[in-house]
Design a protein around this ligand. Structure first.
Ligand SMILES: Cc1cc2nc3c(=O)[nH]c(=O)nc-3n(C[C@H](O)[C@H](O)[C@H](O)COP(=O)(O)OP(=O)(O)OC[C@H]3O[C@@H](n4cnc5c(N)ncnc54)[C@H](O)[C@@H]3O)c2cc1C
Length: 242
């Protein structure tokens, strides 16, 4: 429910209050000119704060939006979310306005994606909205001595976020008109020995709905089994708040 009447949003907040997480913004860092990493401090438990977990914020009187945890630190009781400030909706405006010291409430829950602990190879495909997710997956892969690889469709200035967060994957320029095309070209240029290593990976596709659907079709055409592909659409052209 991305948008609902204010009275209903108020009621939902009251009813859900016992399950809401209360947190304080402790740090805000721009990791590229439109990607803002926000750290929250609160009473967080390891059971619910796992890689890929989804959080939902009320971003104005009538709107709720989903985001993904990017990291968690039990000792410091902090977690972080990487917000893409695309400037087109209330979620983006709300994330731009957050300041250190501000209190927030959010719901935390399991998303559709789950890190596959049984596989050694993990391949990431997404965009700006998925860098937070893949930041935590990268940390998990390194902790498990697994390997990760992948390609993101990004607006050129946002490639610096991957360097700043030390996520060793590639990026190609995104275009509104040709979703997934540059990423598929990038795949086609991969050396056959490299593909032989990676075709058995677990593939995580997240972000723009049309891009992930085209990328999935491409992978199936390359002989990847459907059971190796995990997908979650984070946004769709012209639609508000998936
Ligand atoms: C499970 C889940 C997890 C998510 N995790 C994250 C996360 O960690 N970080 C993050 O930044 N986002 C994340 N998103 C995506 C985020 O919720 C959407 O981008 C959302 O639309 C932002 O809300 P908004 O109010 O700013 O824009 P909306 O009001 O929802 O949309 C306004 C317009 O902007 C367009 N739009 C939305 N997103 C984009 C985009 N990325 N690029 C270009 N145009 C866009 C819409 O198509 C629409 O036309 C996640 C979404 C889901 C479903």
């Amino acid at each position: 429910m991305p948008q609902i009447p204010k009275w209903l949003a108020d009621t939902m907040m009251t009813v859900a209050n016992p399950w809401l997480r209360h947190a304080v913004v402790t740090d805000t860092t721009m990791v590229s000119d439109e990607l803002r990493l926000i750290t929250f401090q609160g009473d967080f438990d390891e059971e619910h704060f796992l890689p890929g977990k989804i959080v939902q914020f009320r971003v104005d009187d009538t709107s709720f939006r989903h985001y993904t945890l990017s990291s968690f630190n039990k000792q410091q009781n902090t977690c972080s979310v990487l917000f893409y400030l695309h400037g087109k909706g209330p979620g983006s405006h709300w994330a731009s306005s957050l300041q250190a010291g501000q209190t927030v409430k959010f719901r935390a829950g399991q998303g559709k994606l789950k890190y596959d602990e049984k596989t050694r190879h993990h391949f990431f495909f997404g965009d700006e909205t998925t860098i937070g997710l893949f930041n935590w997956y990268k940390t998990t892969a390194l902790a498990c001595s697994h390997e990760y690889f992948g390609v993101l469709e990004l607006h050129p200035p946002h490639g610096t976020a991957l360097n700043n967060l030390k996520i060793m994957i590639d990026n190609v320029d995104t275009t509104l008109e040709a979703p997934a095309v540059s990423a598929i070209d990038w795949m086609d240029e991969m050396h056959p020995d490299c593909w032989a290593n990676w075709k058995g990976a677990t593939f995580y596709l997240a972000g723009r709905a049309i891009s992930i659907s085209r990328f999935k079709k491409y992978l199936l055409g390359k002989g990847v089994h459907a059971s190796q592909i995990r997908m979650d659409a984070y946004w769709a052209d012209g639609k508000c708040g998936l």
